[in-house]
Design a protein around this ligand. Structure first.
Ligand code: BGC
Length: 702
């Protein structure tokens, strides 16, 4: 396809149309209420709808085919629509939420989640997914932490890279692959006070040092699209921010793909107070290089005038349009406008045996055993089990952004428990029969937040369990004295300090998706062995937020002791559960940590090795974590930073040697002039099962 020729054949209105994304209903519904309602709000005519170039979300393959047909019938230029949607942790087969998926610390699990998502979504006619979301998150009050991989930049980079490759494959044209749109560029996760859409204020240094790393992971994997964020950076909304979009993304990173706004974020620049009108916002969008405006029609309504007035040049418009045409060509839409959409295949793939199995494996590896006193878990086959709490019969465990996933196919915990345990009692009333509970050997309490308590615009100032649940846990423990296993469903780190001492074991399930209940039953019964580790610190109190393991040392670190140190008077210094933490039924021993040398030259590779022994009778998986500290640099550096990890599988009593290589790249950081650099001097490497229990080795960079 000669895209230049195609571009030249378009009228200005048609070009501008390619830069606009609207919902599918606009093409389907022509009733009066519709025209007076949402269409009027959009401010364009029914005919203008058919100039739009892309579609946000679609019901299924049949609907996609219908919309595309109608569009092509009406369209003069016959450039197919491209369909994009939020396929975040599964299309119909729902995987654990991203915060949980990341807790698997397993590249393959993240890869497969993206593969299954892409296969199912592509068969329904979706060509691009608004995933991965790699906003660095340090504040569990923010409802959207559930969509991120967590608080660690290295992990964000690594998993973004894995998932983009899984979505896109070698060509997004190929069956089962689609384009990936990384979001939300940039630093959306730093919303003040964890309140969604709130102000973001950070230095360029920290932007580059920590916040950009996740997006870079996606760009290095050649993500086709980038979505801008709702927040400001340096006072300017990300959607019209030339520093972010032009300087960083286009110039520094050489990003050649398509930039799309977030939902209505171009129009919201007016609320931010950096634009006086829709006209000026549209012009600023073009000046920043924003290719697609999502959900509003500022471009459509204003750019023609802007060109006439000389505020925007036709060359600028052409450049923006070209990128959209290229994306459509790469997606194979010019060869086949219905590419992917296949109702029969869609049915076959959705919830197929292979997909269900992958969702199950992901759920198993994503859950984190936070506590297991006196080895109350696993529950033995002869033990009598009671199951209580609001999640006993609740199948709504898919979590936010599972708009396609049908929760009716989800087993409830009750159904799963019947297959795995001697279930002697169950109810979800907050008024359990105490005598019956007393006749059990173990009480499992299934609790947490509802799906609606996290996600977009769902921030909270209180991150404890609700009062009724806290009181219930205490009451049941006090009245029965039985071992209590708390199973948690939630979309953020919680403050568990009120309940942690009233329960004997805690399994953090987050929102585990389609196969969640079965995975929980199998983990609690010992058929599976927990291996997830936290990717966000769990605070002792909301007052400890933001809390993250890779903090700076400060001039008065707590560890130096004394009164005048950085600390809270009324809280222990450490989080309740640190980054990287998670228990297993196996017992892993870390021994014989060895450095290949205690000196390193810049062009050399240093290796560090450790022997891990599974000192138990159960097979298990362990995440071996490697952290680094640069003791002296031009700018203050974190007390430790994750630089690598490996998840290994160990048979009972087996020992494996794990080896990591360290090169210059691992030692680099940005100085205050934003130059990447490495300085000679002292470094520490730390190896261990979480960010707190570490074995340290020092070396000198010469
Ligand atoms: C969200 C994005 C999402 C978009 C499209 C917005 O409200 O912030 O994450 O991709 O809607 O659904």
């Amino acid at each position: 396809m000669d895209l230049k020729k195609l571009l030249d054949s378009l009228t200005l209105e048609e070009k501008i149309g390619q830069l606009t994304m609207i919902a599918p209903h606009f093409f389907l519904d022509s009733s009066k209420t519709w025209i007076a309602g949402p269409l009027a709000e959009l401010g364009i005519s029914e005919d203008e709808v058919f100039l739009a170039g892309s579609v946000l979300g679609i019901g299924n393959a049949e609907e996609m085919i219908e919309v595309q047909k109608r569009y092509l019938e009406k369209s003069r230029h016959k450039i197919p629509l491209i369909f994009m949607a939020d396929i975040i942790h599964g299309y119909e087969t729902i995987f654990p939420v991203p915060l949980a998926l990341a807790s698997s610390f397993n590249d393959e699990i993240l890869f497969q989640a993206a593969r299954v998502s892409a296969k199912e979504a592509k068969a329904s006619g979706i060509h691009a997914t608004f995933s991965p979301m790699v906003d660095l998150v340090r504040d569990p009050r923010w409802g959207r932490v559930v969509e991120s991989y967590g608080e660690d930049p290295y992990m964000l980079y690594r998993f973004a890279n894995v998932q983009v490759k899984a979505y896109q494959g070698r060509s997004i044209k190929h069956e089962g692959f689609l384009a990936s749109c990384v979001k939300h560029f940039a630093a959306y996760g730093l919303a003040e006070g964890g309140k969604d859409y709130n102000t973001v204020d950070l230095s360029r240094l920290n932007l580059h040092q920590y916040y950009l790393k996740g997006y870079k992971g996606a760009i290095d994997a050649k993500a086709k699209l980038v979505m801008t964020s709702f927040n400001i950076f340096e006072g300017i909304p990300a959607t019209t921010n030339q520093y972010l979009l032009k300087e960083v993304l286009r110039k520094k990173w050489k990003f050649k793909g398509t930039i799309i706004s977030d939902y209505a974020s171009l129009k919201e620049t007016i609320s931010h107070g950096t634009e006086e009108s829709e006209y000026s916002a549209a012009v600023s969008g073009v000046k920043a290089g924003l290719n697609i405006e999502m959900a509003t029609a500022l471009y459509m309504k204003n750019l023609k005038d802007a060109v006439k007035n000389g505020d925007v040049s036709i060359e600028e418009i052409d450049e923006l349009v070209m990128s959209v045409l290229k994306l459509k060509e790469e997606s194979g839409l010019f060869e086949n406008p219905f590419i992917g959409a296949n109702p029969e295949k869609e049915k076959r793939l959705i919830h197929s045996k292979a997909h269900i199995e992958k969702a199950y494996n992901a759920a198993v590896e994503s859950m984190i055993l936070l506590k297991n006193n006196h080895r109350v878990l696993p529950i033995r086959h002869y033990q009598k089990v009671a199951l209580i709490g609001p999640y006993t019969n609740n199948p709504k465990i898919n979590g936010p952004w599972s708009w396609h996933g049908d929760r009716h196919v989800n087993q409830t915990l009750y159904e799963a428990f019947k297959k795995s345990f001697r279930l002697v009692y169950s109810d979800d009333s907050f008024d359990s029969n105490i005598e019956k509970l007393k006749s059990s050997d173990v009480i499992v309490m299934a609790m947490g937040e509802s799906q609606k308590e996290s996600g977009e615009a769902h921030s909270k100032s209180n991150i404890k369990l609700d009062e009724q649940q806290i009181a219930y846990i205490k009451r049941i423990k006090a009245l029965t004295g039985k071992p209590i296993v708390l199973v948690l469903f939630n979309g953020r780190p919680l403050d568990l300090s009120d309940v942690v001492n009233h329960v004997d074991a805690i399994l953090e399930a987050y929102f585990p998706g389609t196969m969640g209940s079965k995975a929980i039953a199998h983990l609690l019964s010992g058929k599976q062995n927990p291996s997830g580790k936290l990717t966000m610190s769990f605070p002792r109190s909301v007052g400890q937020v933001p809390i993250y393991y890779n903090h700076l040392n400060t001039g008065r670190p707590y560890a130096s002791g004394g009164e005048y140190v950085s600390h809270y008077l009324d809280l222990e210094e450490k989080p309740l559960f640190p980054f990287g933490y998670g228990l297993s039924y196996s017992n892993f021993k870390y021994e014989n940590v060895q450095l290949s040398s205690d000196k390193m030259k810049l062009n050399e590779t240093l290796t560090i090795s450790v022997d891990i022994t599974n000192d138990s009778y159960v097979q298990g998986k362990e995440v071996v974590q490697l952290y680094l500290r640069d003791h002296v640099a031009k700018v203050s550096r974190p007390v430790k930073e994750l630089i690598n990890f490996k998840k290994i599988d160990l048979a009972p009593n087996e020992t494996k040697k794990v080896i990591f290589e360290i090169t210059k790249k691992d030692l680099e950081y940005y100085d205050h002039n934003l130059n990447l650099r490495v300085d000679p001097g002292k470094f520490s490497l730390f190896i261990g099962p979480n960010s707190e229990e570490l074995i340290e080795k020092e070396f000198i960079l010469e």
